[in-house]
Design a protein around this ligand. Structure first.
Ligand SMILES: O=P(O)(O)OC[C@H]1O[C@H](OP(=O)(O)OP(=O)(O)O)[C@H](O)[C@@H]1O
Length: 205
């Protein structure tokens, strides 16, 4: 699998440090309120991030999952996500924190926010490991005192971490494809414990 990787963007250690920071922030924010908190992982991409962050959140949270389909097996969002598996918890009156591996166009989290709002959630936050604001097509409107937490912004990494790329053309491409730590290309590479850039020949024709 490592032969398919061009550059590592975040190592396991860097990920672990940032996840701890996010977990402390969330624990501090939600620890002050009396409503219960539901942490909702978006399958499949959020699986590693969810498992790591819930172990570091110092609150008695409920954990649940949704499944949303939009990308298929390629690299582009369809723009019309569908919730194909809902939470089993009643989120009415509760704080919902949607856990994502990446927010790209914003379609998926916006769809989930509308969904949980219609179910009467008290507040809705989004916690995404990666954020690609340059590709946003819809703005993410949080609910109540909900907050937007993000681990890293992808855009900022291009200069800091990718100067040594074997593929200089990636630097010109605002939507180079990142894999690992839950993120896939054609359903593969999710189990890499770090986040990395795939060699372009793996996804470009
Ligand atoms: O902001 P957006 O443009 O909506 O993109 C973000 C979504 O895309 C990815 O999911 P994907 O549909 O690839 O499924 P997966 O989680 O199974 O990888 C990712 O996990 C987010 O859910």
């Amino acid at each position: 699998m490592e032969n398919d990787i061009d550059r590592v963007l975040w190592t396991e250690e860097e990920i672990s440090r940032r996840v701890s920071e996010l977990a402390s922030e969330i624990s501090g924010d939600l620890g002050r309120t009396s409503s219960p908190t539901v942490i909702v992982g978006v399958a499949t991409g959020a699986l590693l991030f969810l498992a790591d962050i819930v172990r570091k959140i110092d609150l008695p949270v409920i954990v649940d999952f949704v499944r949303v389909e939009s990308y298929g097996s390629g690299t582009e969002s369809s723009g019309s996500p569908r919730i194909t598996s809902d939470v089993k918890i009643d989120v009415s009156g509760k704080h919902v924190v949607v856990i994502e591996d990446i927010v790209d166009t914003g379609n998926t989290v916006s769809c989930l926010i509308s969904h949980f709002k219609s179910k009467g959630a008290h507040s809705i936050s989004v916690c995404t490991f990666l954020d690609k604001p340059a590709r946003r097509r819809v703005s993410v409107e949080l609910v109540g005192e909900g907050k937007f937490y993000r681990g890293f912004e992808v855009r900022h990494l291009r200069q800091d971490h990718m100067k040594q790329s074997l593929y200089p053309k990636i630097l010109e491409c605002p939507d180079y494809f990142v894999v690992g730590y839950g993120m896939d290309y054609a359903e593969v590479y999710r189990n890499l414990p770090y986040v990395s850039v795939l060699k372009p020949e793996k996804y470009m024709n």
